[in-house]
Design a protein around this ligand. Structure first.
Ligand SMILES: *Cc1c(COP(=O)(O)O)cnc(C)c1O
Length: 355
């Protein structure tokens, strides 16, 4: 012990995945389970597979390598580096792409291995992260179709990531229009039309998904029980699959006002304080080196987070009616950013529970 830990409730997670997956399948939508937030840890990947997801997707090859033995297809989410073409064709069944030069490199490596590599072409529909611009898609596809060891499996888009653009009827029907145009012009079949990430899910819930969108790439919604276009909780899903747990290492009544001349805090800021009298204060073994403190909130709503330095988190327990003791564990909910950091930190342990 001595480390804070993330508690992962695999049973609640399985429930979330089942709920969302069944709903999507009913509407003809296949889910790619996105594993990057939890670094593709096998315990969690297995829960995705057990609950009906056949394809796992990650932005890093290092993570996809970890799950080569699992019974699933593997997708590379982040468009590949030119320099990793070989690793991509060896470790991924499908990769998302937007650069013809990189696709040619993939073709070249696939040829050496005597395999055919599947790609999904990403189209930028306004969010301005990755993707070919719609006006360039015909030229790119024409080039792609000349490559013998590349199979154009489908098209996709990514929204609400950089530009904050919400998936709507306009941008999503643009995607299905492009699909039809490509199929007609080049006499091909595109089996995947991937309509985005967890921010597209609200269109499944309100039954307004554009016909023809048959794939979504979902991470956050399954893990945190939230859709991400509007930040709403998903009905029937758990929002506390992951919690961060830290131990009380100091517990004292102290003033709410620091004493002495105020200079700068550990991060160079000049702090200011309000005098709230004597407080029942706790320090737990967690800090800015572990997690973005703004992204965590105590499960006990009566606990107030006062502040943090690199490795101390200071709490006000005065309003809580629980009788905390030294050595007790305080549990925090996490947002996406905090989850990402805590699953990646070498200072935070992970505990799996199934009840
Ligand atoms: C991370 C990522 C996703 C998953 O996003 P969530 O919001 O976690 O559902 C989907 N597609 C791409 C390309 C990604 O990078």
């Amino acid at each position: 012990m001595g480390n804070p830990f993330v508690k992962v409730n695999l049973k609640k997670l399985g429930h979330n995945i089942k709920v969302v997956n069944e709903l999507c399948n009913k509407m003809g939508i296949e889910i790619f389970g996105v594993t990057k937030v939890f670094c593709a840890r096998k315990e969690i990947c297995s829960v995705m597979i057990e609950n009906g997801i056949n394809t796992l997707a990650d932005s890093r090859i290092k993570n996809l390598e970890k799950i080569r033995d699992l019974n699933c297809k593997r997708v590379l989410l982040r468009i590949p580096c030119l320099s990793e073409a070989k690793e991509v064709v060896l470790n991924c069944d499908i990769s998302l792409n937007s650069e013809i030069e990189t696709i040619k490199a993939l073709d070249n490596e696939a040829k050496k291995e005597n395999i055919v590599h599947n790609i999904i072409l990403m189209i930028d529909l306004g969010d301005l992260r990755e993707g070919i611009l719609p006006e360039d898609i015909l030229t790119v596809v024409e080039e792609v179709l000349k490559l013998k060891n590349i199979n154009l499996k489908g098209i996709g888009t990514n929204l609400t990531c950089y530009g904050g653009i919400i998936p709507d009827n306009e941008n999503l029907s643009k995607l299905t229009e492009i699909k039809s145009e490509l199929e007609e012009k080049f006499k091909i079949t595109l089996s995947i039309v991937s309509g985005g990430n967890s921010s597209s899910l609200y269109k499944v819930f309100d039954n307004s998904m554009i016909k023809g969108i048959n794939n979504l790439r979902l991470g956050e919604s399954l893990l945190l029980g939230k859709e991400t276009a509007f930040g709403e909780d998903i009905k029937g899903c758990f929002t506390d699959v992951f919690t961060l747990n830290a131990e009380v290492i100091e517990l004292k009544s102290k003033s709410s006002m620091p004493k002495g001349k105020i200079g700068r805090d550990a991060f160079g800021n000049i702090p200011c304080f309000e005098d709230k009298g004597i407080m029942n204060r706790a320090i737990v073994n967690l800090g800015k080196q572990d997690v973005r403190v703004e992204g965590i909130s105590p499960k006990d709503k009566d606990i107030e987070v006062l502040g943090a330095s690199s490795d101390h988190l200071i709490l006000n327990l005065s309003k809580s009616n629980k009788n905390y003791k030294l050595g007790d564990t305080i549990e925090f909910n996490m947002d996406y950013g905090a989850l990402l950091q805590s699953m990646t930190s070498e200072y935070i342990d992970i505990k799996y529970v199934v009840e």
